[in-house]
Design a protein around this ligand. Structure first.
Ligand code: ATP
Length: 235
């Protein structure tokens, strides 16, 4: 389990997260949503051990996070992570040397699903295809915790739906937790179990998708009620 307990994170006196407590358990897909600058990426970086909390604790399987937590946490950042001079195949080979849980067979399947050729140079890929490659390399790990930061942002809206639905097949929810930050809530709603809405570093609401539907709403309507329709979740 990932456990954030009273976590605050400040950058130069600016609070990016403010007294956040959440648990993430295996077997669930959780979406973290919120407007720009609300603290979504910061939450994932804390869980990936890349930044330290200013207050509170982040524990994964009861272990405080630091950079070594990448052993059990597969993290896809918003930034380009793959050296541009690699080919797609070389980036796969490199990732397999970095992580003992990297599943080459699964990586090959995801690359095929993403329609990426191993001979393509990373620097020649479009932004959307670089995003697909990052996603493939992260999802190919059999890590118990998978964190994806804005994985669908560069993708053509026409293919987002099928990629979202296809990707979930590569997650073993008996053994893994998937946590996704996103603005594309409509597309990922079908695969979500829970949604966390944040604003200005605080959790506004945390609900199960089933709970929201039982109240007769979809997730977009629920978000509009929380944020007001100005945030554009209904677009
Ligand atoms: N390294 C940093 N140094 C200073 N301020 C930072 C740093 N990283 C994030 N921040 C600030 O912390 C706040 C939260 O940023 P964060 O990237 O977590 O938001 P986000 O919800 O992921 O936003 P977006 O949707 O735009 O990606 C913002 O005000 C941001 O400017």
């Amino acid at each position: 389990m990932i456990r954030l307990q009273h976590v605050s994170k400040s950058y130069l006196g600016h609070k990016a997260l403010d007294d956040v407590s959440i648990d993430f358990t295996k077997g669930k897909v959780t979406g973290i949503v919120g407007e720009n600058g609300s603290g979504k990426s910061t939450s994932l970086k804390l869980m990936a051990g890349l930044v330290r909390p200013s207050k509170g604790s982040v524990l994964i399987d009861e272990e405080p996070t630091n950079r070594q937590i990448s052993r059990i946490v597969a993290y896809m950042s918003e930034l380009d992570q793959v050296p541009p001079f690699f080919t797609v195949g070389e980036s796969l080979n490199f990732a397999s040397t970095q992580f003992p849980d990297f599943d080459r067979e699964q990586a090959e399947e995801i690359l095929a699903f993403m329609k990426l050729e191993k001979t393509q140079k990373v620097k020649h890929l479009s932004k959307g295809n670089r995003g697909r490659l990052k996603m493939a390399l992260t999802m190919a790990r059999n890590a118990p915790y998978i964190l994806l930061d804005e994985p669908f942002s560069g993708l053509d809206p026409m293919v987002r739906n099928s990629i979202v639905k296809g990707l979930i097949k590569f997650v073993d929810l008996e053994k893994q937790a998937l946590i996704i930050t996103t603005h594309e809530i409509r597309e990922i709603e079908p695969i979500l179990d829970e949604v966390i809405a944040i604003r200005k570093g605080k959790i506004l609401s945390h609900n199960t998708v089933d709970g929201i539907r039982e109240e007769g709403r979809d997730v977009v309507e629920w978000l509009e009620d929380i944020y007001g329709s100005g945030e554009g979740y209904g677009a």
